[in-house]
Write a protein that binds this ligand. Structure first.
Ligand code: B1M
Length: 213
């Protein structure tokens, strides 16, 4: 069995310590951090997601898998994030109000940092007020909102509206993403950019920072 399959399967079983060991072994074997992330950790999480959908696994199993995912990504982070890169801009990032999913958000953070963007991570269940106040007080060029639930994605629209009301809409770009979010939804709420994955979020963020100046 390839080490990437082993990582994926152990993640699915929630074996966090084993996942951490296997990720280290994979790095020692010379596999790239990107490959371990995509074909090991994210592959395992995708299988869990499908089983969760079909009621074949439940919240506790998903939580332990998420913990294993986080243990694995913690090892990859220093490699994916090039330390000491010149800052190209500042972003505040969070999962929107009512939503506790943070794995995708954490990946977005990692990728943004790898491109030299300073990230203020607001965590999960972040209110529109917190996004907008932080952007204002910390002079962020970007507000980055992640939403994983169809019931919470509407909260991104509230962030856009509040940024308008607070008079900072022309000083800040708003980026959105997360499994249920689409380009059409982003257009509908007046966001500046939508991307489907963390790597393209980072590329888009760099472009937007250049536009804001
Ligand atoms: Co939740 N959950 N969950 N869950 N959970 C989903 C999202 C769901 C699709 C599962 C399903 O039914 N198939 C479903 C939502 C259905 C819907 O809304 N239509 C669901 C549900 C229903 C729920 C609960 C309501 C379940 C319950 O309690 N009955 C509950 C809600 C809690 C809450 O938030 N208030 C809940 C709870 C949980 C756990 C706590 C158990 C756990 C979260 C643990 C954690 O995050 N620390 C969890 C998990 C893990 C999932 C699934 C299985 C996996 C999500 C994940 O981490 N994916 C998920 C099923 C799925 O998505 N297939 C599911 C891996 C991650 C890398 O992908 O986050 O999509 P993702 O991020 C991607 C892109 O979307 C993008 O980049 C990443 C990849 O590069 N991206 C951005 C993300 N944010 C971005 C921002 C950007 C740009 C790109 O710009 C700013």
């Amino acid at each position: 069995m390839s080490i990437l399959v082993e990582i994926s399967e152990n993640l699915q079983r929630g074996k966090a310590k084993m996942v951490k060991e296997l990720v280290q072994q994979a790095l020692d074997q010379g596999l790239s951090a990107q490959q371990i992330l995509a074909e090991g950790l994210m592959d395992g999480m995708a299988v869990i997601g499908e089983k969760f959908k079909k009621n074949e696994v439940f919240v506790p199993e998903v939580l332990v898998a998420a913990r294993a995912m986080n243990m694995g990504t913690a090892l990859l982070k220093p490699i994916l994030v090039k330390e000491g890169t010149k800052s190209v801009g500042k972003a505040c990032l969070g999962t929107v109000k009512g939503d506790l999913h943070d794995i995708g958000k954490n990946l977005v953070r990692m990728m943004l940092e790898s491109k030299g963007i300073e990230v203020i991570d607001l965590g999960t269940d972040v209110s529109p007020e917190t996004f907008v106040e932080t952007a204002k007080n910390q002079n962020c060029q970007l507000i980055c909102c992640s939403a994983l639930l169809t019931t919470t994605m509407g909260a991104i629209g509230d962030v856009v509206k509040l940024a308008e009301q607070e008079g900072i809409r022309d000083q800040v770009k708003i980026m959105v993403g997360g499994a249920p979010v689409t380009q059409a939804f982003a257009d509908q709420i007046g966001a500046d950019a939508y991307t489907s994955d963390a790597a393209s979020a980072a590329d888009t963020a760099v472009e937007l920072c250049k536009k804001v100046g």
